[in-house]
Write a protein that binds this ligand. Structure first.
Ligand code: FAD
Length: 577
């Protein structure tokens, strides 16, 4: 509450500030405005250098996959760069399930953000704080530091920007299920993984206390995972390994009372993977004694019970549990929700951007990673303008040459066209122009052109909320920022269809490099481009090499590899620290 009254004061109640903003916008930084802004800034304890700088101010919110990838590739000599995040480190999230059971230590998968800044000549300013509100009208964000309140100085401050990069990720989606916030564990942050690790040990210690009935011991050792996506499955597999390779030796009296259950609302676990992988995972879990309940939706969770409903039969029943880990997808963070309400996107799940990652309706606010989704424009929305743009001689028909002239830009602007060609095994775009009998046509009129492209939009895919997408978006955007000046009237940019001229840059294009899931017992599954599927022990070794190579620094690479080696030699540590 305190911070919002502070924010309101800053936005509405402060007449000097509003006058200043007005002056700033009309006189674009005249002397009076500048003097007033300095006084204002001093009052709130800001860095004045941000106002004195001639360079455009780029403000990045978040130090996750998207934010750090943007910073890594950005030429920071071109901009005055500031970063705000409540975490002063980057976390390698794909290894979080390994942290829950001590296969890898928490510190091995994090890289201090200031180490990264040092590599960029220290020119980037980092503020450890949470952004609470974005005011895109005045190009200002309001932040609060999460540092110890007992330290002297104000924790609230605001920052102005020329370009804002929103990369704050997402939070776990509970779908408002009663009891989830109170009684479930999440697996999103490093702290979550550490909490889970402690809680697993607690469940075992509690189960071996004297005076408990067998039923009570069994309840304490029932681990339930809600969500059969990669995170839930990898955690279940890690837990199974931890229990069966390490804990049963230390708690032999209760080794037969342990149960692990995965609850999945869909028909299969790992349903974003190839079906060969999901059925391999289901069979492996069956052999390992991990129970998989598909087609079930959790209705509520209490301290010792979880109630669920079978989707097919409508049957409702409760199961006792010692611990529940909730891993069912992501939703917008409060700061993003608030911003979405302000800009008329309140009914959406995450922020909508255009294909250049600009938040819809803004030229200077970008959103990447899990907090956003690219709203891919449909070909059919622009089909008439595409046709007119191609029909140079205004004949009402397109020749093969005219078609070729426009199709390159269409392929760049609308990735669904290429996906459609691939799905139909069409090696050449002119296949689109064949008639119903499969004969090549030399000319097409508007209706025929429209028909040829009528099915392509069905191939439009929204991008998954993964580190791969976030990192590629960060890299793409930084390259656009690096070339912003050179590409100002880019004669080689893709053609605009709804306006004249050319776009400055090509739109963002995601390149899927494949996905992995570890299944326990030193087995993993991989789905790689080209419909290549691999499962088993050899895939686990591939997983080790890929994840070692993907580490962000030699330091974390060394730590992670030594953790894996330590686990092989000594097993996992069961101390509750
Ligand atoms: P994040 O990486 O979550 O970063 C968000 C950043 O914003 C953080 O630094 C956070 O502190 C900061 N922040 C939050 N709120 C604010 C605020 N108000 N103001 C300022 N900063 C803020 N993806 C894969 O591709 N492969 C995998 O194997 C994989 N495994 C995963 C395993 C687990 C357990 C989890 C949880 C995720 C996994 N993912 C994986 C998904 C991947 O981690 C996310 O898609 C990715 O982290 C998204 O990147 P991001 O930069 O958008 O968000």
């Amino acid at each position: 509450m305190r911070v919002f009254s502070y924010i309101n004061r800053l936005i509405h109640g402060h007449s000097t500030c509003s006058k200043l903003l007005l002056l700033f916008s009309v006189s674009s930084g005249g002397l009076v405005a500048y003097a007033e802004s300095q006084a204002e800034s001093e009052r709130h304890g800001f860095e004045l250098s941000q106002l004195e700088s001639k360079k455009k101010r780029v403000l990045v919110l978040g130090t996750g996959w998207a934010g750090t990838s943007f910073l890594k590739y950005l030429d920071n000599s071109l901009y005055d760069v500031q970063v705000v995040s409540p975490r002063n480190y980057f976390a390698f999230t794909p290894l979080l399930p390994s942290v829950t059971c001590g296969t890898v230590e928490a510190r091995s998968i994090v890289e201090p953000i200031r180490n990264m800044i040092k590599k960029k000549n220290g020119e980037i300013k980092f503020w450890e704080a949470e952004c609470l509100k974005i005011d895109a009208t005045s190009k200002r964000v309001f932040c609060r530091s999460n540092l110890d309140e007992n330290l002297v100085g104000n924790n609230d401050f605001f920052l102005d920007y020329d370009y804002l990069i929103i990369a704050v990720g997402a939070q776990v989606n509970t779908f408002n299920t009663p009891g989830v916030v109170e009684y479930c564990y999440f697996l999103k942050e490093v702290e979550d993984a550490q909490k889970i690790r402690r809680s697993v040990i607690d469940c075992f210690e509690k189960a071996v206390l004297p005076g408990l009935s067998e039923e009570e011991r069994r309840t304490n050792l029932h681990f339930v995972i809600v969500g059969g996506g990669p995170t839930g499955v990898e955690f279940a597999a890690e837990l199974h390994d931890f229990v069966h390779s390490d804990l049963v030796k230390l708690y032999p009296s209760v080794k037969d009372l342990v149960n692990i259950t995965v609850i999945q609302s869909g028909d299969h676990i790992l349903n974003t993977f190839d079906e060969r992988i999901s059925s391999f995972a289901e069979q492996k879990f069956k052999r390992d004694g991990i129970e998989v309940l598909t087609g079930s939706r959790v209705e509520s969770v209490s301290d010792n019970f979880l109630t669920m409903k079978m989707k097919l039969t409508g049957e409702v029943f409760s199961i006792p549990h010692g611990m529940v880990v909730w891993s069912t997808g992501v939703g917008a963070r409060p700061v993003v929700k608030d911003f979405m309400e302000q800009i008329g996107q309140g009914s959406r799940r995450v922020l909508a951007t255009d294909e250049w990652l600009r938040v819809k309706g803004f030229q200077d606010v970008y959103a990447l990673g899990d907090c956003a989704t690219v709203d891919q424009r449909k070909v059919m929305e622009d089909i008439l303008t595409i046709f007119k743009s191609a029909d140079k001689d205004n004949s009402g028909t397109l020749s093969i040459e005219e078609f070729h002239d426009v199709i390159e830009d269409v392929l760049v602007r609308y990735p669904q066209v290429e996906l459609y060609l691939k799905s139909k095994h069409m090696p050449d775009v002119t296949h689109l122009l064949k008639d119903a009998e499969g004969n090549a046509r030399l000319e097409v009129d508007y209706e025929e052109f429209k028909l040829a492209l009528s099915l392509v939009d069905a191939q439009t895919k929204s991008l998954p909320a993964t580190a791969q997408v976030a990192a590629q978006q960060g890299e793409y955007l930084s390259r656009c920022f690096n070339l912003r000046k050179q590409c100002e009237n880019n004669p080689e940019g893709p053609r605009r269809f709804r306006a004249s001229g050319r776009h400055q840059f090509r739109p963002f294009r995601y390149q899927h490099l494949g996905q992995f899931a570890t299944l326990g017992g030193d087995q993993a599954a991989a789905e790689l481009p080209g419909d290549w599927v691999s499962v088993g022990h050899s895939t686990q070794w591939l997983w080790y090499s890929v994840y070692a190579s993907k580490q962000v620094s030699w330091r974390t690479r060394f730590l992670v590899v030594s953790d894996w080696t330590r686990r092989y030699i000594f097993g996992r540590d069961s101390s509750r620290i």
